[in-house]
Design a binder for this molecule. Structure first.
Ligand code: PQQ
Length: 232
């Protein structure tokens, strides 16, 4: 039986996965960030990624449903309202709909899912089902892709402002909000993972969960890339 890693080694193992397999390296994202995507490909990405955005609160509710620890649920619950919104703030799903409008997509065509490629939906469903089926600390670890998201978001925001000037700039609120939300969320999730994945088996399961999640994000882009290509 292997030993339990200390926090430093465990964190390094998790970060290693992102360095190798995070979707910032996917050719579709590379093309997006270099300004090489045609409007149809940008719109296809926005419409398909909506299926991921709207599933996130269900994923987080599944983690909470499996978690018997009150303090953890108190911490995790803001993730649901961040996306679904409250009386005072519209939330991330609404912000993504506005991003769609800024790209020339109607709310109806995002909400009815007419552009969603089956393989994208399968990948999104796999993520939600993973959260339903796995021990909650392992499902928490699968969200740690967000450790790597802020850099990608910042690069993407700059690319949209520079290259995709046909997109209305008021649509970028989602990216701006996620820059800080992703940092806070991933710090919280890392602390929970280090604390509650407290056996060698759970630590290894956490690393596998993060690798699985990178595969989910990569598969979503594979499917979008296949349908829309990227040449402008
Ligand atoms: O656009 C992106 O590259 C990206 C990546 C990720 C991620 O790395 O998981 C998330 C998001 N966006 C995002 O917008 C988001 O709300 C989100 C929630 C989660 C999660 O696993 O709980 N990841 C991500």
């Amino acid at each position: 039986m292997s030993d339990r890693w200390n926090d430093e080694t465990f964190t390094a193992r998790l970060r290693e996965i992102g360095g190798r397999a995070y979707h910032d390296k996917h050719p579709f994202h590379v093309a997006m960030n270099e300004g090489r995507l045609a409007p149809e490909a940008i719109r296809g990405w926005v419409a398909n990624r909506f299926s991921y955005q709207r599933a996130i609160p269900q994923k987080d509710a599944a983690i909470m449903a499996n978690c018997p620890v009150r303090e953890v649920r108190r911490l995790w619950i803001h993730r649901i309202t961040d996306h679904d919104g409250t009386e005072d703030s519209a939330g991330g799903i609404e912000a993504w709909l506005r991003l769609g409008e800024a790209c020339g997509l109607t709310r109806e065509e995002l909400l009815d899912g007419r552009h969603i490629v089956p393989a994208v939906q399968f990948a999104v469903d796999a993520y939600v089902n993973f959260a339903r089926m796995q021990p909650w600390p392992v499902a928490v670890a699968s969200s740690l892709t967000e450790l790597f998201a802020p850099d990608l978001m910042a690069t993407r925001l700059a690319a949209f402002e520079r290259y995709y000037t046909w997109v209305q700039p008021w649509g970028f609120d989602y990216f701006k909000a996620r820059l800080t939300q992703a940092r806070r969320d991933s710090n919280e999730a890392l602390r929970l993972t280090l604390t509650h994945c407290d056996t060698p088996e759970l630590q290894q399961a956490a690393v596998r969960a993060l690798s699985f999640k990178c595969d989910v994000l990569w598969s979503i882009l594979d499917a979008i890339h296949l349908k829309y290509g990227h040449a402008s």
